[in-house]
Design a protein around this ligand. Sequence first.
Ligand code: SF4
Length: 504
Amino acid sequence: MMPAEGVDILLVMMPPWGIINPPLGPAYLATNLAKAGFNAEILDVNITLYQSVTGADRELWQISEDNQWRNPERVADFADRWESAINAVIEKLATSSAPIIGLSVIDPNEIITARLVKALKIRCPERTIIGGGPACQAHGQRAFLQELSDQSFDYFIIGEGEKALVRFLQAFKQSEIISQDVQVVKGDDDQDIARKMVPLDMTEIAYPTFTEFDMSHYGGESFALLWSRGCIGRCLYCKERSTWGHYRVRPVESIIEELTFLKNNYHVSNFVVYDSAVNGNGAHLAQVCKEIIAKGLKITWSAEAIALPSMSPELLQLMKKAGCHTLVYGIESGSDSVLKAMGKLSSAKTAGEAIKNTSQAGIRVAINILVGFPGEREEEFAQTLAFLKTHAPSIDRLDSVSTLQVVTDTPLWQRIEQFGVVLPEKEPHDRWYTEDKSNTWDIRQQRLQKVLSVVSEYGIEIGRTFLDDRSSIQTDTGSLSIKSALRRADRFLRSWAGKVGNKT
Ligand code: SF4
C-alpha cells in the first residue's frame, strides 16, 4: 500500500514469506504503533515481487526452495533478472514521506533485505533505516547484515518489537538519545554484549487488524494468527527460546475477539495458528476451544503441536469440535536416546500415542522428521524408520523431512565440541560432520532418502524436503524424482510460512 502523508514509519517485508496471507510481524507492529498514536504503513515487497516475477522464479516462493534465498549468488542472479521491479520498490521507498524505514529480517530473507537496504541508503542517505526481527537478535547476525549492506542499517531493535518500536519513535520525534534503550543498538556502535530482554506481557499487545494491507493481493482463504509466544520446548537445535523468551499465552477473550473480528471483517473462517506449539498450555488450549464452541464461531484451523501425553482423546475431541482440522507434530526421531539428546519433551511412545489419538479424533496428522542429530547411528536411525512404518496408518502427511542444520547461536552450536561436531569453512551449518566421520552430509542425505522411500512406500503424502533437486526417491515401483514427488504432492504444498530451519 502506498504510504500516506504524515506517516511515521514505513514497515517493509522482503521475500520469502507466504503469499496467501499478510506477514504477521509487520501487522503486529503496525497495529500496536497505531494504538500508541503513530502512523505506520506497510510495504509488503514479498507480495509485490511475487506478483512481478514470472516463470521458474515463482518457484522460489515454494517452501522447498527457501534455501535458495540463503545463497548470495542465487539472490544476486534473481536481483539482476528482476532489476526493474526491485528498482521500482526502491523508488517507492525513497519517495515516501516516512522518515524511518523499518525492515523485518527473518531467516532466510537477510541477503535480499541487506541488498535493498544498501541500495536505499545510496538513493536516500538521510533516511533512517532500522532492522528488527528474529534474524537481528545476535551480534553475529547484525554484523552479517551490516557487512552485506555496507553498514547501511542505522539501528537494530532486538527482541519483540511492539513496545520497543513505540519507544524508538517517541525518542526519534523528540531527538533524544535512542540507543540508551536496552532493545535498541546503533548500527555503527554494535557491541557484542548480552542484553537482558524482558518478554512482553501478552495482555498488553493488541492483535493485528491488517487494515494496512490491500487484502485483494492475497489468497484470502485463511488468516495466520498467534495464540501464544515462545515455546515450552528446549530443543538444542532450535532458536525459538532465544528469539521469543519464555512461553506466554494470550488471554482467551482476546483470542476469541480476534477470531470474531477477522471473521466479521474479512469473511474468512479458516485460520492457521502459527504458535511454536499450540498445546504449550493444555488448560489454556481447552479453554480456547470451549469458547470457540460456546460462541458458535464455526471456524476451521490448523496448528503445530508437541506430542505430549496431555494430547488425550478428550482434549483432541474438543479441538476437533472447535474446528481443528490438522495438527503438525515435530516427531523428528523414533529413537528415545536421540530424542533425549535433542532435548525433546516427547518420547517415541508418547509421540505414537499422540498421533494415534489425533487421528482417531478425526484430525489430520502431519509430522516432521529430522535426520542426523549427533549420536544418531544406523541403529537409532532404523528406529525412526520403524516408527514411521508402525504409525503409518495414523500419519496423513510427512510435512517436512530435513537433515540437521547446526544453526548459529543455538544451544547445539554453543556445544558442538561436546557433540564432536566439526564445522567446515564452506557451508558449515549444512556440511558439518562428526570427528569420527560416522555422521557426514552424505550419510544424512542417504538417511533422508530412506525416510522418503519408506513414506512413499506406505502411501503417506510428502510435503517439503531438503534433498538436492537431482536426487530421487527409490520406491518399490522404481525411482521418483524429488520434483515429481513434490508435484505429485502439490496440492499439499503450502506457501512459505516463515517456519524454516530446525523447528517443530
Ligand atoms: S523445535 Fe519446536 S518444540 Fe522444540 S523448542 Fe523449537 S519450537 Fe519448541
